[in-house]
Design a protein around this ligand. Structure first.
Ligand code: TIU
Length: 230
């Protein structure tokens, strides 16, 4: 067992075979100009600080053979999986499905829908396409994790209070332990980011634990101990 002694609200213990690194929605649509995030009026630069620590963590996780799972938020080209409540809400500069500089906004198969170059998935790493904010809603993520014997999630990605939080809540109700890595999750709203992390660790860890990626990287062995996931 490995222990992250400095995790909030208490030390987090996990073992490598039953743990996955979950990378949520690190897509151009959220992190680069011209995509869904910017269409909602957000400053996409707010999310950039997550990229370097997440790339470093990903490299160490891969080196040790940890299971890595990526997710992408997006919709079928005919938008049949996008509820009107999501499509029509608000007054964005562009709606889901509209053409943008990176292709149609938040539509599967478009350049903007894919994961940023710095964090591109390796062959064999599952990429779960999800129509909602939570990664368990209308996906096979639970079955995929169960088949691999995963019970513990190192949670990273964007945005802290939207897709990360929804996924952590869903995971918590399904019996997974979640350690959210504060420097590897990001929000367009610094205050929401801070409070969202506090909400996870409050009340004795009502949804899980919070730590920094450096603490996890320091705890990981330096030689492979697992077969690469397939
Ligand atoms: N708007 C916002 O903060 N986030 C999303 O719409 N999706 C995700 O968080 N991935």
């Amino acid at each position: 067992m490995l222990t992250i002694a400095a995790a909030r609200p208490s030390p987090y213990t996990f073992d490598l075979p039953s743990t996955a690194l979950l990378v949520i929605d690190m897509q151009r649509d959220f992190l680069e100009p011209g995509g869904f995030g910017e269409s909602l009026g957000n400053d996409v630069d707010q999310l950039r600080r997550t990229v370097a620590p997440l790339a470093a963590l990903l490299a160490d996780a891969r080196a040790v053979g940890l299971t890595v799972v990526h997710t992408r938020e997006g919709h079928l080209p005919d938008l049949s999986d996008c509820p009107p409540a999501k499509l029509l809400r608000g007054a964005p500069s562009k709606r889901i499905g509209d053409p943008g500089p990176n292709g149609r906004i938040l539509v599967r198969g478009e350049y903007g829908h894919d994961i940023i170059d710095e964090l591109v998935p390796l062959p064999g790493e599952p990429v779960v396409d999800k129509p909602g904010k939570g990664a368990f809603h209308a996906t096979d993520l639970d079955a995929l994790l169960t088949a691999r014997g995963i019970r513990s999630l190192l949670v990273t990605g964007v945005t802290t209070e939207v897709c990360v939080h929804t996924t952590v809540r869903e995971a918590n109700d399904r019996g997974y332990e979640c350690l959210v890595l504060a420097d590897c999750v990001g929000s367009y709203f610094p205050e929401f980011h801070r409070v969202a992390l506090d909400m996870i660790a409050a009340q004795g860890g009502i949804f899980g634990w919070v730590a920094d990626s450096a603490q996890v990287r320091a705890a990981l062995p330096t030689t492979p101990v697992l077969q690469p996931s397939s």
